[in-house]
Write a protein that binds this ligand. Sequence first.
Ligand SMILES: [Zn+2]
Length: 292
Amino acid sequence: MTYPYVPAKYDYGVRTGPALGLLFHMAEGGGTVGYLSRTPPRGVSVHAVCDVRGVVTQMLPWAHISGSLNPSNRSTDKGYFGRSHLLAVLGNRWSDPNGAVLSMEIEGFASLGPSAEQVDAAVAWGLDMKRRYPALRGALGHADQTDTKRCPGTRPQMQAVFARVGGHGIWRTPTTNAPANGEGTLKITDPNPALVDVAKGVEMFSPSGQSLGLVSGPISGQVSPYEVEVGGGHYRLLRAAPDGVTQVVLVHNPDANARPVPPPAPADCAVQVETARRVALADARAALSALR
Ligand SMILES: [Zn+2]
C-alpha cells in the first residue's frame, strides 16, 4: 500500500531497534496533517494521520522515529488501558516509547470514536504495518502510556480498531511460523548439542510460543543443547538476547542451520565450547522446568 505523503515538521531519525507496537491516538479535532507539517508545539509528530474521510496520509518514513508520547509520563492500570499493556508490548524499551512504536493520529474525538470509514482505514494501515514489520507484537493507545490523557478513548469503534489489528495490548495469536502455545507440550526430540547459525531477521520465540521479535544481527556458532518439538514444529533451543536480555529462545529448525559440534580439540577453545554448552543446558533445564 502507498499513501499520500506530507512530511511532518519533526523527524527524530532512524529507529535503533525494531518497531514493537502500533500506537493509536484520537486527534481531538481535524486539520491534523497541516498542523503537524507546520510547527506544532512540543515537537509532536506521527507516522500517519487518518483524516475525517478515512484517508491515511504518511508523514514520516516508516523506519524513522515519531514524537507522539512524552517519555516522562507514567501510567497505571485503569480498566481498558494501562501500564501493564505498555510493558507487555514494549518490554524494556517502555521508557523510550517513541523509539519502539509506529504511530497514528485519527482525526475526530475520543468521546465519539472513529467513523466506520476511519475504522476500516486505520485497520488497513495497521495490517499493512504488520506485514512490513513482523516484529510488531501488540497495539497500544496513548492512555496505556499516560494517565493524563483519555486518548484514544474506549468507544466501541475504537475497540474495533484494536480487535481487528490483532487485539489491544500484546497479541496472543502466533504467527504462521510460530509454535502453538506450547505450555506443557515442549518435548526434547534431539538431545545432541549442535552449533547453530541464525541469519539476521529470523523470528525468535519464547519456550511457550510467543514471538520475541526478529534476530537483529547474525548469530554464528552458538551452542544449542537440544532440538525440541512445540505444537508439531521443530525448533532449536539457544541463548539469545532479544531486547538486550539474554534468555532461552526457540528458532524454527530450518532457520537454525544446525551442524554437529566438532570433537573437542586439546586447546582452550574446547573449554569454551564445553562451558557454553553447560550454561546453555542449565538455561534450557530452567526454562523447561518453568513450563512444568
Ligand atoms: Zn494521544
